[in-house]
Write a protein that binds this ligand. Structure first.
Ligand code: TXA
Ligand code: MG
Length: 352
């Protein structure tokens, strides 16, 4: 029986030796990747870098291997996985009826951080799609990921390689922290470039709907195929369960300051200090001098935030603060995807 969460009848996954292999992201050793591919083909789990975040890979055609992904991550079984391919031929193995508009998007953005939801072919294991008739597919822009798919010669199902609900991993160390002892191998290609997950676009709706904002913006998509929708209906929410679950959260409470002057943020953090340790992640340097206060200051840009927010949330969480106060950035362009992640991580959102 498959249980998404550990119970008395279905304990945590049994201990597995996790081997980490360091690779040059520009010229990865083909020998090492062949070893990883042998694990994938044998039904095992390999974490690998993509341009967005690290993924936890399994053979997308192997039902048992895919179920192990859910177990290792403690992921609810109703949240489907993204299938990673490295060619149009491989795309044709997993998806039916790739429309003209989908082809235009593929020509413009693949390899890259755009996931297309298409009609699923039977070769894809059922649990990849959590029982849906669709499959989410993307071609990552990362040599290690592409070579792993090539050597495995099979589409690779891979969610972000974190424990379910935690911040996504942007380094191999993050993966080892969450999944060490549960998976066979981690391919370490250094920190990821983009830092937040791909845009998920449902191509089975007309107009296509952005189910999850990401580095490829609504404007960039519209420039290629015309209008896309950003408003998810109840029905689509049902079909993209991932958007329902709480996400990206460290252990500490995250409070998001949606808007506020430096003075407001400063006095808010100072007030929070009365209750215990406080961490701050933002772009405004604060003049707070206390051993109970930790801060990570980022450049005020979507690129800088995207690249660093998950690592920063993890790093601050290690200091065991009671609360992590996060300062918002502008919502324009790629900022929308960053703000989506910060809102999902937050338990409270405030404005001055
Ligand atoms: O950048 C990324 O997308 C990373 C890297 C590893 O590729 N992957 C990733 O996977 O973020 P994951 O599992 O953390 O998020 C997958 C998202 C979820 O929100 C899920 O609900 C949605 O994609 N999804 C997957 N299959 C779907 C489907 N058939 N229909 C609708 N939504 C789907
Ligand atoms: Mg995820």
């Amino acid at each position: 029986m498959f249980c998404p969460l550990p119970t008395a009848h279905c304990p945590l996954p049994t201990a597995t030796m996790t081997v980490t292999v360091r690779l040059d992201p520009e010229r990865p050793s083909v020998e090492a990747i062949k070893r990883a591919a042998a694990i994938i083909r044998g039904g095992g789990l390999v974490a690998f870098p993509t341009e967005t975040v690290y993924g936890l890979g399994a053979d997308a055609t192997d039902e048992k291997a895919v179920r192990r992904v859910f177990e290792a991550k403690e992921r609810p079984a109703d949240n489907p996985l993204i299938v990673h391919v490295n060619s149009s031929e491989m795309l044709a193995r997993v998806a039916e009826r790739v429309s003209e508009r989908a082809v235009q998007l593929i020509d413009s953005f693949w390899p890259g951080p755009l996931t297309l939801v298409l009609v699923r072919k039977p070769e894809v294991a059922q649990s990849v799609s959590a029982g849906l008739a669709t499959v989410a597919v993307r071609m990552p822009q990362n040599r290690i990921a592409l070579e792993l798919i090539e050597q495995s010669d099979t589409p690779i199902a891979a969610p972000s390689a974190n424990l379910s609900g935690r911040p996504s991993p942007t380094t191999a160390e993050h993966v080892a922290h969450d999944l060490g002892g549960r998976i066979e191998m981690i391919l370490d290609g250094g920190p990821t470039i983009v830092g937040i997950e791909s845009t998920v676009l449902d191509m089975t709706s007309d107009p296509p709907v952005i189910l999850r904002p990401g580095w490829i913006t609504e404007q960039s998509l519209a420039a290629v195929i015309g209008p896309v929708s950003c408003s998810i209906t109840e029905k689509q929410l049902e079909r993209s369960p991932g958007t329902r679950h709480r996400h990206y959260s460290p252990r500490a409470r995250v409070v998001l300051i949606e808007s506020g002057s430096p003075d407001f943020i400063q006095s808010f953090c100072a007030g929070q200090l009365k209750g215990g340790r406080v961490a701050f992640l933002g772009h405004t340097p604060l003049g707070i001098d206390s051993t109970d206060f930790e801060a990570i200051i980022l450049e005020n840009s979507a690129r800088a935030y995207a690249r660093s927010i998950y690592a920063a949330l993890r790093e601050l969480d290690e200091k065991s603060p009671r609360v992590i106060v996060v300062e918002a950035i502008g919502e324009r362009g790629e900022g929308a995807a960053v703000m989506d992640r910060l809102r999902r991580a937050a338990v409270q959102r405030i404005r001055e």
